[in-house]
Each structure stands twice: as C-alpha cells, then as structure tokens.
Ligand binder design. Structure first.
Ligand SMILES: *Cc1c(COP(=O)(O)O)cnc(C)c1O
Length: 360
C-alpha cells in the first residue's frame, strides 16, 4: 500500500495518524469488544467519546462558555436554510456579504425564508477580492450578517472579521481550525466536516446561547438548533462514527500538531511557497488579490489551457491526486488543508516547476 498526496477540496485528506488510529481501533475499541460504529449512541463509551471531542474542540478554538457546540447533519448546504429558519423568527432582513459561489448559494436559499439584502459585494471587481469593512452597509432591520470566511472554489479568504452591530454568521466550512479564532466575535459559525474537520456526514455548529430562541414558527424539530442544544446533539441518532473520527482529528491537532498557533504557522508556510511558485513562473497564474488569497484552497491556471489534461495526468502519475479545479470554473486547484502535509506541497511545487520547464 502506498498513500499518495491528496489535494481534494472535499471530502479531503485526513491526517494519516488519525486513519492509523481508527484502523487500530476499528474492530475492538479500547478492549470493549466492539467497534465505535456498533455502539449505542447512549452508551457510556460513546457519550465519553462525544464529550471528549467537544471538550477538545472547545479547547482548540477557545469557545466561550455561553456558546453551544452542536453536532448536526445535512452539510453546510442545509445551514443555508437552517440559519434563516432559526434566527429569523423576530422578522428583519437577512444580510449577506457576496464574494463567491458558496455565499451566492447561501443567499439564494436564504431568500426562500426571509427578505434578504446584500450588504456588500465584490462582484464588480470580478470576485478577485473580499468586500472591505468600509463597504459593508447593513439594512436598517438586519437580523444578522452572513458571510463565507473562505470561498473554497474561488480561493479567497477574509483577512479580517467584519465588525457589525448585529449577530455575525459565518460559513467556515473550508477554513475552520486552520488558524486561531476569536469565537466571541460571532453569533453563529457553521462548517461541513469534510474539509478541515473529519469525514463527510457531520456538520458543526457553534452558536451563542441567546440566539437559540429566535426561531421561526413551524420549525421542524430536527432543523432546530434548540433541539440539538437541549439534547446534547442526541435527540436522535447522531453520525457516531464521523463524530468519533472528528474527535481523533481534534486530538491530533492538540497533541501532535501542538494547537492552532502551530497549525497556522505551518499552513501559512505551505501557502506562501505555493503562491510564490505560481507568481514566480509565467506559466502559472492566480487572479486573487494577494491580501485575500486563501491559505486553504489555491486555484491556478496554466498559460496554455490545452495542457490542462496532460498536467493532471502527469500529476496523478507522480502521486499528486485531485488537482482539477471545480467543475464550474475549470483550471487547477490545490486544496492544502490542515491534514495535507508540507511534504505534499513541496512535491507539488517540484512537479509544477518541472512541468513548466518541459512543456511551458
Ligand atoms: C463545501 C462547502 C459547502 C457545501 O458543503 P456541504 O457539506 O457539501 O453541503 C458550503 N460552503 C463552503 C464554504 C464549502 O466549502
């Protein structure tokens, strides 16, 4: 068996040490004689696993005590509806920042449940940067402001946290845990797990507790944050194995990486050298303003797009997987999440330099 370097945008690479531990524990978890997958979610064993995962996540992100951590399902896409349903009960307008494809999807879904207002957009500048704080204009009756801290497809990331007088809601699917975070600035944070947390099937929500009683009437029980908050995310059967594996990732971040300051330092180094390769070679380009380039998702184009297929074929042969850009934009994209080791980025840079020399 040989593991290759995986640059997939999601479901994405997991830390090898986590997969090895899961392998060691898969048949018999800590001498109990059964797999985590086969445990009752109400057993002492699983409740212990779940509580440890939450405690480690809280420690990593320094989540204040007045915030609930919810382990939900349905992906980030379900949150596009759950946010207005849960926060829009007192009326008002859902405000959004628009700077990419995921934010747009959130807006389109939000429009079905609340009046919406685009408080700032970078569409006029080709979505090559994020809106600046000075451009944000909330509507008078804003219920909250939603934004996407890292646009996974476009490859642009906020370098600041918007400062507004209404609850701030953030889709952090592709950059949560990449760097330390001041959770207290937010009303609500959500993230699908399959980028930087764990396997697909789990959706993380961190919500300030005063926002749990703002739901619209007729809320389906299973779409209500309050249901999850009141029941330790176990009103019904949670995705137990995904929760357990995410817990192993939190443990890895804490004890092997050494926390989020350390993780951020490694991520910055990985991104800097990859962007330097792109900028330093006429054969490659990236259109995003340097200040707003993502440290997690690095899209790039070849000077000659007719070589795209060859690039991908040769990359795969060199053990570099999943470098094709999103199907809606084409080109290339290297997702270099927490679990993608620096050695993977070094190998990619070497491959890119050779490819440009031989073909460019
Ligand atoms: C991947 C992604 C989504 C969609 O996630 P699902 O869990 O597949 O619904 C939404 N927002 C961002 C920023 C993403 O990266």
């Amino acid at each position: 068996m040989s593991r290759k370097f995986n640059f997939c945008a999601g479901p994405a690479a997991l830390p090898e040490a986590v997969l090895q531990r899961a392998r060691d524990e898969i048949l018999d978890w800590q001498g109990r004689g059964l797999s985590v997958m086969e445990m009752s979610h109400r057993s002492d064993e699983f409740v212990g696993i779940a509580e440890q995962a939450e405690a480690d996540l809280r420690e990593l992100l320094k989540v204040p005590a007045n915030y609930k951590v919810l382990f939900m399902q349905g992906g980030a896409s379900s949150q596009f509806a759950m946010v207005p349903l849960n926060l829009g009960g007192k009326g008002g307008t859902a405000n959004y920042l628009y700077n990419g494809i995921w934010g747009k999807k959130a807006i389109e879904e939000g429009q079905r449940y609340l009046p919406t207002h685009i408080a700032a957009s970078s569409e006029a500048t080709g979505l090559s940067r994020v809106p600046f704080q000075s451009e944000i204009q909330l509507s008078a009756d804003a219920a909250y402001l939603h934004y996407t801290s890292n646009e996974t497809i476009g490859g642009l990331e906020f370098d600041y946290i918007p400062d507004v007088a209404v609850p701030l809601v953030c889709d952090m699917s592709s950059d949560i845990l990449s760097t330390p975070l001041d959770v207290s600035r937010f009303g609500l944070i959500y993230a699908g797990a399959q980028k930087n947390i764990g396997p697909a099937g789990l959706t993380l929500v961190i919500v300030r507790d005063d926002l749990l009683d703002q739901a619209q009437a007729q809320m389906p029980t299973m779409f209500s944050y309050k249901t999850f908050a009141d029941n330790g995310s176990m009103y019904n059967t949670p995705p137990t194995y995904a929760w357990y594996l995410s817990g192993l990732v939190f443990d890895w971040l804490k004890n092997e990486v050494g926390g989020l300051d350390k993780m951020a330092e490694i991520n910055r180094r990985k991104a800097q050298k990859l962007y330097a390769t792109i900028d330093g070679n006429d054969f490659y380009s990236n259109p995003i303003e340097p200040q707003h380039r993502s440290i997690m998702n690095v899209p790039f184009r070849l000077a000659d797009a007719s070589l795209d297929k060859l690039f991908l074929q040769q990359a795969e042969a060199a053990g570099l997987l999943n470098l094709a850009g999103h199907r809606s934009v084409g080109g290339m994209r290297a997702s270099i999440y927490n679990a993608v080791p620096e050695a993977a980025v070094d190998a990619l840079i070497e491959f890119m330099t050779d490819f440009a020399r031989n073909r460019g």
